[in-house]
Design a protein around this ligand. Structure first.
Ligand code: SF4
Ligand code: SF4
Length: 250
């Protein structure tokens, strides 16, 4: 029996794109598999086990049965990592929270809506204690690998707690507002080198808000760009619908 740490991957409401990012670590996967045993990962293996040390949880929680399953995972795992926007901030699944639930269920499931009970989307940390978060839609491969290195060394992986704009300034990415574009990088958590502005697209907030976002200032910046409060909120609701600062503005 191997004494390597056992990793297990689980998914709830998600597209499983974050698990695919793990598989996309092609060159580094061999080294990772030399250091750990993966005992649950339905994207890649048939094996399933209830015996694991580190649980990576993808997806947001939208059903009572998810909540029960997540609590069981929490009880079994020594360390629980929420990974991807769906798990860490609710992500795009939280858009449904701004519509009446019955209407959403009817839209998706039609006359079978009663057979598929769902409730308002919530991120993983609203149901169980989370030890580590990996942000983004999808997660960054390099952050995942760095986080694994920290976990195996018994160290805490520190996520960036400053805005995308700061990272952009350090890396020399120009400000998109100067080009007449809109961007949520003012209050969105950095760590993506800033992916979208580097390719000429505005940040749409997939890594969630920094811990203490100056949302009022962000609204002012966006309003200066000619956006109404409703348009600004619509932008934030794409990924950040579970954030208090966005919910409170409804
Ligand atoms: S965070 Fe994005 S890529 Fe990851 S599971 Fe959710 S929707 Fe898919
Ligand atoms: S720039 Fe914004 S939307 Fe794009 S990857 Fe980074 S955090 Fe996500």
């Amino acid at each position: 029996m191997s004494d390597k740490p056992k990793l297990a991957f689980f998914s709830f409401a998600s597209c499983e794109g974050c698990q695919l990012q793990v598989l996309n670590c092609e060159d580094e996967l061999v080294a990772l598999l030399g250091a750990v045993d993966i005992v649950n990962f339905r994207e890649a293996i048939d094996q399933k086990s209830d015996d694991y040390d580190i649980a990576f949880v993808e997806g947001s929680i939208t059903r009572l049965e998810d909540q029960v399953a997540l609590r069981e995972i929490r009880e079994r795992a020594k360390i629980l990592v929420a990974f991807g926007a769906c798990a860490t901030i609710g992500g795009i699944n939280a858009m449904k929270n701004f519509k009446p639930l019955a209407e959403v269920r009817r839209y998706v499931y039609g006359d079978k809506a009663e057979v598929f009970p769902t409730y308002a989307t919530r991120p993983v940390h609203e149901v169980v204690e989370v030890d580590m978060k990996l942000h983004g839609c999808p997660i960054s491969k390099s952050e995942f690998l760095k986080a694994c290195t920290c976990l195996l060394a018994g160290k805490q992986f520190k996520v960036a707690n400053y805005p995308v704009c700061v990272e952009g300034k350090l890396l020399g990415t120009g400000c998109l507002f100067d080009k007449g574009m809109r961007c949520l990088g003012v209050v969105t958590r950095a760590g993506c080198d800033p992916m979208c502005p580097s390719f000429g697209a505005g940040c749409i907030g997939c890594r969630g808000l920094v811990d203490n976002p100056n949302v009022e200032a962000a609204f002012d910046v966006l309003a200066d760009a000619g956006l109404t409060v409703e348009e600004v909120l619509k932008d934030f609701r794409m990924f950040d619908g579970c954030a208090e600062q966005v919910k409170d503005q409804v």
